[in-house]
Write a protein that binds this ligand. Structure first.
Ligand code: SIN
Ligand code: CO
Length: 376
């Protein structure tokens, strides 16, 4: 299946030859792909206040951008070609999540989200480049992709979205449903809808150094525990009362040099940082929660599944669950790691001990007994 997705390449060969290196066009990456959303269900999502959405159109020779949530009337009677983009569609729909998970040959720590766009004929978001790798999978309709590896990535100043000032495509393809184009970061591209068109963007994350450093500093601030206090039993007479004492600078330098970190701290930070849900994501604890006994029965019969919004990563004995660190009992570790990889566990994997552990997650809205089937 992966080989079809990657045009006959194994995941290993794709990573070695294309990932972060050069584009790959795959015809029929998902044969008979019907898409996950139809127009109406995608536009419904764009009207949902819990969903991040944008509308883009080109009017009076200028690019225009509006941010959701929208009203259904916003999509009616529009003269110009337009496009609506819904980010994090995988958080709202199981089939959308399943589509994203087809790309599990890349670590979840690198995965960002599934963005889905709908465009009327002629619509698109203009020539641009992204800072991240992306797989552009064509759903319904046809989209013309133009791409180019250009050095000049300067943008039109003052535009409400990032549009290349001088786009010079070198290749052009019309993508039919199920075709897919992989683009490495900073590759110029422009997608123009040739008919009513839906595109599924499987996007990855690659944080900037500055962003990571800022995140790490606030992590240190939260977790740091340093002892001691400034002291100066040998204080010298102040000849200039306003002068900053040199001894003070020396002592504070020593105090600050006690801020140390190692690989384990970096791992803990990364686990928390990468599993932190985005700012607009909220969990819904069950309205009428099962008792623990009923929860155990439901899980051992049907299995347990993570909520679509839950982010669960692990390293060794540590789990990173929605921005927090957990140190589970070692008897549960293997199964919890399996849960993180597969996002669900079969009933046969569950016993009262692990169910009691997962009961806390259930009450926080992080997961629930699987919906159907006895086992999977
Ligand atoms: C789109 O779906 O219209 C835009 C996707 C992209 O260019 O990254
Ligand atoms: Co793009």
């Amino acid at each position: 299946m992966i080989q079809t997705l990657l045009g006959g390449l194994s995941a290993r060969d794709f990573l070695a030859q294309y990932w972060q290196k050069k584009p790959l066009l795959v015809r029929g990456a998902i044969p008979d792909f019907q898409g996950v959303f139809d127009r109406a269900s995608l536009l419904d999502l764009a009207c949902d206040e819990d969903v991040e959405s944008r509308m883009v159109w080109h009017q009076n020779d200028a690019w225009q951008l509006a941010r959701g949530p929208f009203r259904p009337s916003d999509f009616k009677r529009r003269r110009d070609a337009w496009s609506v983009l819904v980010s994090g569609a995988n958080l709202m729909s199981e089939p959308a999540d399943a589509l994203l998970r087809r790309f599990s040959f890349i670590p979840q720590a690198r995965l960002d989200d599934l963005m889905v766009s709908y465009a009327t004929p002629g619509g698109g978001v203009g020539p641009h480049f992204d800072s991240y790798d992306v797989f552009l999978l064509q759903g319904a309709g046809v989209r013309r992709w133009q791409i180019g590896k250009q050095r000049d990535l300067s943008l039109i100043e003052g535009a409400p979205l990032r549009i290349l000032r001088d786009f010079r495509p070198s290749h052009e393809w019309d993508l039919q449903p199920g075709d897919m184009l992989y683009l490495p970061p900073r590759y110029a591209h422009n997608g123009i809808a040739l008919s009513d068109c839906m595109t599924y963007s499987i996007g990855f994350r690659a944080p900037a150094t500055q962003e990571l450093a800022e995140g790490f500093l606030s992590f240190l601030q939260e977790e740091l525990e340093l002892k001691g206090r400034y002291a100066d039993p040998d204080l010298k007479l102040a000849r200039h009362p306003a002068a900053l004492p040199e001894d003070m600078i020396d002592q504070v330098s020593e105090m600050l040099a006690r801020i140390r970190w190692g690989r384990a701290d970096v791992a803990r930070f990364l686990g928390r940082y990468l599993s932190e849900p985005k700012a607009h994501v909220f969990f819904d604890p069950p309205e009428r929660p099962l008792t623990e006994k009923a929860f155990v029965t439901a899980c051992t019969r049907r299995g347990f599944a993570l909520d679509l919004k839950t982010q669960l990563l692990f390293r060794g004995k540590q789990l990173y669950l929605n921005g927090e660190v957990e140190d589970p009992p070692s008897s549960l570790l293997k199964r919890l790691q399996k849960l993180a990889d597969l996002r669900c566990l079969a009933g046969s994997d569950l016993d009262p001990e692990i169910c009691s552990y997962l009961f806390v997650w259930y009450n926080a809205g992080f997961g629930m007994p699987s919906k159907g089937g006895k086992d999977f």
